[in-house]
Design a protein around this ligand. Structure first.
Ligand SMILES: NC(=O)c1ccc[n+]([C@@H]2O[C@H](COP(=O)([O-])OP(=O)(O)OC[C@H]3O[C@@H](n4cnc5c(N)ncnc54)[C@H](O)[C@@H]3O)[C@@H](O)[C@H]2O)c1
Ligand SMILES: [Zn+2]
Length: 366
């Protein structure tokens, strides 16, 4: 079992064998498990403990759900020494982490992330929370889990679109920090997409193919990516500087998600958002030659969209439409915003740009 101790944060357990989870979750401990409804097949790992089931959907990522969980915890007799384990994708871990961080002024918690996105991103970093009114992740805390158990085997049952949403975030991390792993990952996910396209039985889910084509390599990709995120969080827990880099592609992604009224997944929006950001770097004359084009090609090979036109939910949108939505983003303060500008692999800059300048550049993008 590979472990990596963050100074302030969680123990990251990256493991190929799901059965190792049994060594972490020991009977006799005061565990309360919050588990995604779609993961009934994992219930047996937690049979000694009370389990609270959740339906993972953005509409249910609310204070009301947190209240219901707190009520159940009280009924179950969960005390100050309760230890909550969140099992599921980013929705479940965000809710479980938030509930734990405020229940009885905070109890210990840990995660078993079960989507590619949550194994490489959402479960790491201590950001927990729920949506409030029209705003995503508006209410929350930054509180670190005790440990995170990451196992690629858990992804076998993950549907195609959910898997691909995670690929976008993985490639984002490697664009920032590791061009070798970026190329390796593009190669791996492209060959998974190819194999999936060739199958006509489709009995094998996308997740099964992605996990079993080369489990060792997938484990290395996920592990590396999780470690990079851990490292950033360790150096900049409260997003004063370096952590902002992880927002690569996200300024436009959030606008795309908003204008498509939730009909496009976050990962697909990030994929398109990264290409737009690279095209902006190109039109500012600071990008490496052909970077936006090669990025778009790589993303497409990995099965991801690279432009608004490719997705039915966003085909009606123009890049210029997105800037108004960006203006309303909660992270935009005043007339300027932090924008993560990808000029090439491992060559990304955090700039402050007036929204009007961004708008003008976008108007000129075809
Ligand atoms: N806290 C953070 O730092 C952070 C970072 C990124 C994203 N997020 C949040 O993460 C959420 C998205 O997370 P997500 O993409 O993991 O999605 P999710 O939790 O919505 O899961 C996606 C779908 O997959 C199902 N599922 C989960 N694991 C499965 C498995 N192993 N097999 C089969 N089905 C499975 C779920 O039931 C759900 O239907 C968003 O709410 C986002 O705001 C948080
Ligand atoms: Zn994201």
């Amino acid at each position: 079992m590979a472990t990596n101790k963050m100074k302030m944060g969680p123990l990251l357990h990256i493991n190929k064998d799901i059965n190792c989870l049994r060594n972490l979750v020991l009977a006799g401990t005061n565990y309360f498990v919050i588990i995604d409804n779609n993961l009934q097949h994992l219930s047996s790992f937690f049979e000694d403990f009370p389990q609270i089931r959740l339906t993972a959907c953005e509409q249910g990522k609310t204070l009301e759900t947190v209240e219901k969980i707190a009520e159940t915890l009280l009924e179950l007799g969960a005390d100050r020494d309760a230890f909550i384990i969140g099992v599921g994708g980013g929705i479940t871990t965000d809710i479980a982490g938030f509930t734990a961080s405020i229940y009885k002024r905070g109890v210990k918690f840990a995660f078993v992330p079960t989507t590619l996105l949550s194994q490489t991103d959402a479960s790491i970093g201590g950001k927990n929370g729920v949506n409030f009114h029209a705003f995503k992740n508006m209410l929350g805390t930054i509180t670190q889990p005790e440990w995170i158990f990451i196992c690629p085997q858990l992804l076998e049952t993950l549907p195609q679109e959910d898997f691909k949403a995670g690929i976008a975030e993985v490639l984002k991390t490697f664009i920032l920090f590791d061009k070798e792993m970026y190329r390796t990952s593009v190669g791996y996910f492209s060959s998974v997409a190819k194999e999936y396209a060739q199958r006509d039985d489709r009995k094998n889910t996308y997740g099964k193919i992605a996990v079993n084509q080369d489990m060792d390599l997938l484990c290395r990709i996920i592990g590396k990516c999780a470690e990079y995120k851990c490292g950033v969080v360790e150096r900049d827990e409260f997003e004063k500087g370096e952590r902002r880099m992880l927002n690569l592609g996200h300024t436009f992604a959030h606008a795309i998600e908003k204008l498509s009224e939730g009909k496009i997944s976050h990962g697909y929006a990030v994929s398109i958002g990264m290409v737009i950001a690279a095209r902006i770097a190109g039109s500012m004359g600071v990008a490496q030659e052909g970077f936006a084009e090669s990025l778009a090609r790589d993303l497409m090979m990995a099965g991801l969209p690279s432009s608004l036109e490719e997705c039915p939910a966003t085909a009606h949108l123009k890049v210029a439409d997105l800037t108004d939505a960006i203006k309303k983003d909660k992270k935009v303060t005043g007339n300027s915003l932090h924008f993560i500008l990808p000029k090439g692999l491992e060559d990304v800059e955090d700039i402050v740009i007036p929204i009007e300048t961004l708008k003008k550049i976008c108007n000129d993008l075809r």
